[in-house]
Ligand binder design. Structure first.
Ligand code: SF4
Length: 251
């Protein structure tokens, strides 16, 4: 397949068609279209659990699942990755940043995740760069974004172009809501991150994730230390690993 500079697929017509497809039909279409050039990006949160289980249930366990180990994950996140491999026999490959947390600290002389001026650089070094290195080996990457999450994600199409990887990003759950995700998990007894049941609806690095309080938005626990240290300042709620988030937030 030639490198992408412009969409080679009529995305509007394709997305209109895919909006009527089931989850399995979308993943089946993606696999038929991209074959071994298809991968899945997993953050080990609930929607990734649904997509991983769907690959398993469809017998597509050879599809590479990209997992970025930032070096700052909760131990439960790494344990879930290992349990997924054991239970579903899926092909999860772990990618790491070029530098360990200690090497990064030595280079910058400080913990980047602690300050509003630096935390986006930390996400770039520890999430985005290793993800792009992994994803550029593929032509299409599945991920579990939901429009119902709102914010930068409320208008994501099922298929879009991600120029950073010269390929496509596919969101098979774009038109699902949280209730549908939970119903799928319950119906299929899917492995999920244990911290979801302990007040963490959204889970990233342990250094930058706290539980949410009653009445808070589901992403309120992400980078709370940055927002609370900078009242009134606009602090982004995404790490930039998903191109649609970067586009809406200006990076
Ligand atoms: S979430 Fe925090 S620790 Fe993880 S990469 Fe981003 S800034 Fe760094």
């Amino acid at each position: 397949m030639a490198p992408l500079t412009e969409p080679v697929i009529d995305l509007q017509a394709l997305n209109e068609r895919l909006e009527t497809y089931t989850l399995r039909e979308i993943i089946g279409w993606a696999h038929e279209t991209f074959g071994s050039h298809l991968a899945l990006l997993s953050s080990m949160q609930k929607t990734a659990s649904v997509l991983i289980h769907t690959l398993y249930a469809m017998g597509l366990t050879q599809v590479e699942i990209i997992f970025i180990d930032t070096g700052y994950h909760f131990p439960e996140t790494l344990e879930l990755r290992d349990r997924m491999i054991e239970k579903y026999g899926v092909n999860i490959q772990t990618y790491k940043p070029g530098k360990s947390p200690e090497e990064q600290f030595r280079e910058y002389g400080r913990e980047l995740y602690l300050r509003d001026r630096d935390y986006q650089l930390c996400c770039q070094l520890r999430k985005e760069e290793p993800y792009l290195k992994a994803a550029r080996r593929f032509k299409a990457v599945l991920s579990g974004l939901l429009r119902s999450e709102g914010g930068a994600r409320k208008q994501i199409p099922i298929v879009t172009v991600d120029p950073r990887i010269q390929g496509y990003k596919i969101h098979p759950l774009a038109n699902w809501n949280r209730e549908q995700v939970d119903e799928y998990i319950q119906a299929h007894d899917v492995l999920v991150h244990p911290l979801h049941a302990k007040g963490y609806p959204s889970i990233g690095c342990a250094t930058c994730t706290t539980p949410v309080r009653d009445g808070e938005d589901e992403r309120a626990g992400r980078w709370r230390h940055i927002r609370e240290a900078n009242p009134g300042k606009e602090i982004k709620l995404y790490c930039g690993i998903n191109f649609s988030d970067k586009r809406k937030t200006g990076g």
